[in-house]
Design a binder for this molecule. Structure first.
Ligand code: ZN
Length: 374
């Protein structure tokens, strides 16, 4: 069986099937049978246990592990990217012994249930969760993140079940054996690199970093940092009223209602020194005031990387005469990606500009209102 495309793998996982996930295409590559956790069954686990023979693990998003109080078993600061096994679990009140495939399927489905609480899981147990890194294969190119990403890309709960493939002697199979194994069991194969490439070509490459509470002179906000693949330093969203909040799976909670937003490029002389060359500082302050009054909204501050002091002092000189107007289409793209990542759809835009806002529909956004900042 040749390698399949990522969409073919996703189709297979969506219909409850399994696939083979390989590290890479080199002769020494190892492989795991994987399935989406949401579709796990006793039959699938039995197939893994009897044909693949490795350790059956459950990859879970980091946020869910925190919510369910699944502590990491051991940490080695020298290897921050090593496998992150958490304490083992069983679902509370199992009818069969925890090791049976029926029980393990029940435990997996319990752990990923949106209603599951830490107390619904007994520790230790017979299912081994692995904590996947937030950001998936773009942050850690491992099978834990790969199986989570595939489940998410297939539109399902971002959690996967994996089992290493061993031969009859108990050794891990390598590429050629894995190819024969996949043919024998009619399994589609892909590699971690295939998932990375698919994500890079299909996703907006904005990655959410940390978020912190930010009390300001205008009120209390939440500061969320986003990294774009092109820029060295993070872009910033200052949010209020639950905008950008995450659910326990680390997914942003959608805000279908119209929300007040301001997108502004960073302007050092304007925002820091209150220069009279532009009104950026005043606009930013006004936007914070308005959002505080409203109780909900987001300000996106796009970072700038001026090459020369002259550009730093007169950041608007080359791009536009009018201050606080986004300088180019890249700002719209980046700003839109961040607004989209905050779960927003309908925008009430705080702007003094009459300029058309380009191409934001591609990000599922629409401008329902424009409000002056004066
Ligand atoms: Zn300015």
């Amino acid at each position: 069986m040749p390698f399949a495309s990522v969409p073919e793998i996703l189709k297979e996982l969506r219909r409850g099937g399994t696939a083979l996930l390989l590290d890479h295409r080199e002769p020494d590559s190892l492989g795991d049978i994987i399935c989406a956790a949401e579709k796990v069954s006793a039959k699938t686990l039995n197939f893994m246990a009897s044909e693949a023979r490795g350790l059956i693990r459950l990859s879970l998003p980091a946020k869910l592990c925190e919510d369910l109080q699944l502590e990491i078993q051991a940490r080695n600061p020298d290897f921050p990217l090593q496998k992150a096994f958490t304490v083992s679990i069983d679902a509370r009140g199992l009818l069969h012994p925890g090791i049976s495939v029926k029980s393990r399927a029940k435990t997996i489905l319990t752990a990923i249930d949106t209603e599951c609480k830490a107390s619904d899981l007994v520790r230790p147990g017979h299912v081994l969760p692995l904590r996947a890194r937030t950001g998936g294969v773009l942050i850690r190119a491992g099978k834990t993140e790969g199986s989570m990403d595939l489940a998410r890309l297939a539109g399902m709960c971002p959690a996967g079940v994996m089992c290493e493939v061993l031969d009859t002697k108990g050794e891990q199979m390598r590429l050629n054996q894995l190819k024969r194994f996949s043919s024998k069991h009619n399994l589609k194969m892909c590699t971690i690199a295939d998932i990375i490439e698919f994500r890079l070509s299909h996703e907006e490459i904005i990655e959410r970093l940390e978020d912190v509470e930010m009390p300001t002179d205008y009120g209390n906000f939440r500061l969320i940092a986003f990294r774009s693949m092109q820029d060295p330093e993070p872009h910033i969203a200052l949010c209020k009223g639950g905008v950008g909040d995450l659910d326990r799976f680390g997914r942003v909670i959608p805000r279908p209602e119209p929300v007040l937003v301001r997108v502004q490029p960073e302007c050092l002389p304007g925002c820091v020194f209150g220069t009279q060359f532009c009104t950026c500082g005043k606009s930013l302050a006004k936007a914070q005031e308005r959002i505080e009054e409203e109780g909900k909204g987001a300000i996106v501050l796009l970072r700038r990387y001026p090459a020369r002091v002259e550009e730093m002092v007169h950041p608007h000189a080359t791009s536009s005469r009018s201050p606080a107007v986004p300088a180019d289409r890249r700002d719209f793209g980046l700003g839109s990606q961040i607004l989209h990542s905050l779960g927003l759809n309908q925008l009430r835009v705080l702007t003094n500009s009459r300029q058309k806002i380009f191409g934001i529909e591609g990000f599922g956004l629409s401008v329902v209102e424009r409000l002056s900042l004066r």
